[in-house]
Design a protein around this ligand. Structure first.
Ligand SMILES: NC(=O)c1ccc[n+]([C@@H]2O[C@H](COP(=O)([O-])OP(=O)(O)OC[C@H]3O[C@@H](n4cnc5c(N)ncnc54)[C@H](O)[C@@H]3O)[C@@H](O)[C@H]2O)c1
Ligand SMILES: [Zn+2]
Length: 703
């Protein structure tokens, strides 16, 4: 060996050692502590580099190399059991070319050509279910691939995991347990935003020692692999068989082959995508685009050889099967530096730290502010000013700091909440995960409350915008919502920009807002936990007036509220606490005095033939002549039996598209959602005898 080569080898030895040490450490943090130290992209980069070096210098490959094993998530809280089937990781591809290259190589030797099944790679927690005689015997985590943790009691609480199959078979099944995105957001908010993503929350839940706590989290499962002595000959047959046994499988599956019997596949599974290899690229593109609209997180696609005899021949490495590969999506994550951390005072007095970061382009937009939620979140991630952090933005979700990538070098300590409110100077107080300013006349809170009150979707007061209200607060003219109705607007005349006309418009807007129904008035007050949904539940449960709601609180009748389906204990506690506060009651009573509704009017009953939107799911995009804001069109949809969603997905049946509809329109077209113009929508309403508002009735947007 000449000197140059010797030198290179020494360098490689050092790098291999360093990479292996790092990957061991990151595995531990990720799988065992559930607190990743680096982003997945960074982890994957190091992993690939190690693989590359080991290929170049096989003699440097350690027996315990992280590339040879599955990262272990074994915990000492649960008994360990041996797996009876291989439970491994997956080999990875990062581009469609790489994917096709792999498909070409693996099928090269197969004269007849193979077929490949493409599944979504669910970003959840891997689980193996063992059934004996058709009865769930054991549920075991992946562990290190050979030994896993027995979490049967916890998994039994998951409704979609069948405890008894339709046939008395002995079978091992692999699947992914996950938490739907929608449940994650609300649940995590309740837990003080302790988890960075649904996977972490699901993993944390499965490791709870008390199964009763697991049962409270709406986990669900997709199964994607079955092991049994005989039966199915292909992966498609496995999926069909699993379904017939009562398992929940993902219907979003594709099959790609250059074989001539492709038509048979599509006949057999009309709901599955099928095509030739050439069509795979398009499928990957569509899947990538649709990813944000799914109710679960996926981090890629898994491509598997369909023919089981070929699989058997190819077998496994210690790390992954040779007959499957994961195509990983580009992660919607970027890194940036925290320039400063400010705090914001919300309308309820809640204090939120916000990181100001160097602008970074993530998931389709430039981000310069990222919420840090609360002190607990900051402490958990150990965030300090000057730190380099990774920031993610998944789908429509608000941007989040996922982790610290590199600590600042100036020695800045982990950020700490100030002791005093930046707006009013009162002492802050921590309640649960959050910190509050308790001063009800705190200027930021007043501003937040009034802005909320007048906003579109709440009282929606025409002519009265945040700038005017801000001016009035600064001048000390208003501090309570009712003040807006009591103020003499003539007093604004001396201020620049205020003429008779404008003041008349404000008056008209306020006048009109006096007709808003009780549920809108109450929601506009902005009482914590008393949002539109809860108020709707209260009203349908018969608590139709402020008087009736006060009576509940005064009689301390918690049970009556808890009995309302959809209202939880925590909500009841908060409602009781809030409505017990003198300042809150005063605020509401003043609104009654200025003439706002304090009782819900009886709904005119709607004839069943008018429920023209029943069973439909509508979304809206663009702007309209007759519906301004456009939510008014959606109010009609829900009044006449339909449901309304904020983004287009496979479950959306109709899109109402006005002037200038953007990505929702494109997406709706690609998903085959029925698209209606404003004119067509009006025709539909007219034909059902539903009264149509006159064009631009609100006067907003008119010049
Ligand atoms: N950030 C970190 O510090 C860190 C540390 C370790 C691992 N990681 C991440 O985890 C990855 C490796 O982890 P891994 O081995 O647990 O998972 P993986 O990404 O290699 O994927 C394998 C897993 O995918 C799951 N899966 C979901 N849907 C599937 C389907 N339809 N068919 C088959 N399998 C399906 C299975 O549970 C399987 O075990 C790395 O690439 C990295 O992104 C990150
Ligand atoms: Zn304050």
């Amino acid at each position: 060996m000449n000197d140059e080569v010797q030198k290179q080898k020494e360098k490689a030895t050092e790098e291999v050692r360093r990479l292996a040490d790092l990957l061991f450490r990151y595995n531990r943090a990720y799988y065992i502590e559930g607190k990743p130290e680096v982003s997945d992209t960074e982890y994957d980069r190091l992993f690939l580099r190690l693989q590359e070096l080991e290929e170049q210098w096989p003699e440097l490959k350690r027996e315990d190399s992280p590339t040879l094993r599955v990262g272990s998530d074994l915990s000492s809280d649960f008994p360990e059991v041996e797996h009876r089937v291989p439970v491994l990781s997956l080999d990875k591809a990062y581009s469609v070319e790489e994917l096709l290259g792999w498909m070409g190589r693996t099928s090269g030797r197969e004269a007849s050509g193979l077929s490949f099944v493409v599944e979504e790679k669910i970003d959840g927690v891997s689980i193996v279910l063992y059934y004996r005689g058709g009865i769930l015997e054991r549920a075991v985590t992946r562990g290190n691939g050979y030994v896993g943790n027995d979490v049967t009691d916890n998994v039994r609480t998951i409704g979609s995991v069948p405890l008894r199959l339709t046939e008395a078979v002995d079978i091992a099944v692999r699947g992914e347990i996950y938490l739907p995105k929608a449940s994650f957001e609300s649940l995590n908010r309740k837990m003080g935003n302790l988890y960075v993503n649904p996977r972490n929350l699901a993993a944390g839940t499965l490791r709870r020692v008390k199964s009763r706590e697991v049962a409270e989290v709406p986990l669900t499962i997709f199964v994607y692999e079955g092991f049994f002595s005989d039966g199915p000959k292909s992966h498609l047959e496995i999926l069909e068989y699993l379904q017939s046994l009562g398992f929940r499988t993902n219907r979003r599956v594709g099959i790609f082959t250059n074989r001539t019997d492709l038509a048979d596949f599509s006949r057999r599974h009309p709901d599955w995508q099928s095509g030739t290899w050439d069509e795979l690229e398009g499928y990957v593109r569509t899947s990538t685009e649709e990813r944000g609209s799914l109710d679960y997180e996926i981090d890629g696609l898994v491509v598997k050889i369909n023919e089981l005899d070929v699989r058997d021949r190819l077998g496994y490495t210690g790390h992954h099967p040779r007959w499957a590969i994961a195509y990983k999506f580009e992660s919607p994550t970027g890194t940036s530096i925290i320039k400063s951390i400010d705090i914001q005072v919300g309308r309820t007095g809640r204090i939120t730290p916000v990181a100001r970061v160097e602008p970074v382009f993530v998931g389709g937009s430039t981000i310069s502010n990222v919420t840090l939620h609360n002190q607990d979140y900051v402490d958990m991630l150990e965030i300090a000013v000057g730190d380099q952090v990774s920031i993610s933005r998944r789908g429509d979700v608000i941007p989040a700091v996922e982790e610290v990538v590199a600590k600042n070098e100036s020695g800045n300590p982990v950020w700490n909440m100030p002791l005093l409110c930046p707006s009013c100077g009162s002492s802050l107080q921590k309640k649960g995960a959050h910190t509050f300013c308790l001063n009800l006349s705190c200027p930021d809170q007043v501003r937040g409350r009034l802005f909320f009150f007048i906003a579109a979707g709440q009282m929606d007061i025409d002519g009265l915008g945040p700038e005017t209200v801000d001016l009035m607060i600064r001048e000390g003219f208003v501090s309570e919502p009712a003040d807006l109705y009591r103020f003499d607007y003539e007093r604004l005349l001396p201020y620049p920009g205020f003429g008779e006309k404008k003041i008349e418009a404000i008056r008209r807007g306020l006048e009109k807002s006096l007709t808003r129904p009780f549920h809108t008035v109450l929601a506009s007050v902005g009482i914590p936990e008393m949002g539109k949904k809860v108020i709707e539940l209260l009203i349908s449960a018969g608590f139709r007036s402020m008087k009736a709601i006060y009576a509940l609180v005064d009689q301390k009748n918690r049970d009556a509220l808890i009995a309302v389906k959809g209202i939880g204990e925590k909500t009841v506690d908060t409602i009781f606490e809030e409505l017990g506060r003198e300042a809150v009651r005063k605020r509401i009573n003043e609104l009654a005095e200025v003439g706002l509704a304090m009782e819900e009017e009886e709904k005119l009953s709607i004839a069943s033939e008018q429920l023209i939107f029943a069973g439909q799911s509508w979304c809206v995009t663009g702007s309209f002549q007759h519906f301004n804001p456009r939510g008014k069109a959606m109010e009609l949809v829900s009044r006449f039996g339909g449901s309304v969603v904020s983004s287009v997905s496979g479950k959306t049946s109709h899109l109402l598209a006005g002037e200038g509809g953007g990505s929702k329109l494109t997406k709706a077209r690609s998903l085959g959602v029925e698209v209606l113009s404003e004119e067509e929508f009006l025709d539909l309403l007219a034909s059902a005898g539903i009264e149509i508002p006159s064009a631009d009735a609100s006067g907003k947007g008119a010049s």
